[in-house]
Design a protein around this ligand. Structure first.
Ligand code: SF4
Length: 320
């Protein structure tokens, strides 16, 4: 069943509870502002496996391709507890649309987590992903996992919102799947996918064309795999421009020569990073509305998530 708004698993210490090892809670302006719009599901893996608050620091040991979660001061190996808790918690929450986690924590950090070769080693062997996101990737490889600190970056934030709302819509498609609902979903997302990864859009189109001959589960799982591939990186400028030029083709013959050259000039300014993408999208959207171009009116490229979220400004807070 689709959630009314995207449901996001979140590190509990981010505004929800004073559960850090030192008894602190982390303030986050971004999460506070998002609370009316997103359904947050807070979880603290370390407290959930009984490590308590306050507690001795944990660390990640990476040895022979295997992760262990340990508390060196107590000579304690928490790996088994962590494994059991996370498997069960994740299986109890199959309807999450994404995750927002605390940076650099051995449990929650999505990258740059210090990795040690042994429990008591003084030196690290590198940096990697924390225990919780590693587990999420194993169980729900198609879901977006973001670091709350990165939400200060407008492009990363837009990418995150786009993905969670798309995942939310895909959930609805999965529960009420028919060939025509898949065609409709694919149609309205066509230019959004093109703006990200045109090569994957092509493969998705072939899948949709052959969907009738395939079992529903295979279609949905392949399509979801392609969605994950489309959104595996931020969109590249040439792909965005290519998608916008395709859209421009629908309205260009209704525009004056002056308007057409203005658009081309704005494309050039965007290439040179003198204007943001939102300026180009707004310009195109104003023409779509003016000419009531039906195919483009429903394109999610121009409306990937609710307008209220577009007002979210940078919090001014860096990674902590
Ligand atoms: S980073 Fe994760 S494990 Fe650490 S306090 Fe926050 S929620 Fe708990």
């Amino acid at each position: 069943m689709k959630n009314a708004v995207p449901k996001i698993g979140v590190s509990k210490c981010l505004t929800f509870d004073a559960c850090r090892y030192d008894g602190q809670m982390i303030p986050s302006e971004f999460i506070e502002r998002m609370k009316p719009f997103l359904d947050f599901v807070p979880v603290c893996p370390e407290v959930s496996v009984g490590l308590g608050v306050p507690r001795k620091a944990t660390r990640l040991v990476f040895n022979e391709d295997r992760y262990s979660m340990v508390q060196p001061a107590l000579e304690k190996d928490c790996t088994q507890d962590m494994e059991e808790f996370l498997n069960s918690w994740l299986q109890d929450h199959p309807d999450l649309d994404g995750f927002l986690l605390k940076s650099r924590s051995p449990s929650c950090g999505i990258k740059d987590v210090r990795l040690y070769p042994t429990m008591n080693s003084q030196s690290t062997i590198g940096k990697g992903i924390g225990y919780f996101p590693h587990k999420i990737q194993q169980i729900y490889p198609h879901l977006v996992i973001e670091d709350e600190g990165r939400m200060n970056n407008a492009r990363i934030r837009e990418h995150f919102f786009t993905r969670i709302y798309l995942q939310n819509a895909f959930c609805e498609l999965s529960t009420k799947y028919t060939i025509s609902s898949l065609v409709q979903f694919h149609t309205v997302h066509k230019y959004l996918f093109m703006a990200y990864r045109p090569s994957v859009l092509q493969k998705m189109g072939q899948l949709v064309a052959h969907a009738k001959k395939m079992p529903n589960e295979d279609v949905l799982s392949s399509y979801q795999g392609y969605i994950a591939e489309v959104f595996s990186t931020l969109p590249r400028t040439p792909s965005i421009i290519n998608a916008l030029q395709h859209c421009f083709g629908y309205v260009s013959d209704k525009l004056s020569g002056q308007e057409r050259s203005y658009f081309l000039k704005q494309i050039q300014h965007y290439k040179e990073k003198r204007i943001p993408l939102s300026a180009l999208l707004s310009l195109m959207k104003s023409w779509i509305v003016r000419f009531q171009e039906p195919y483009l009116l429903e394109q999610r490229l121009f409306d990937p998530y609710p307008e209220e979220l577009m007002d979210v400004q940078d919090s001014g807070k860096g990674n902590d």
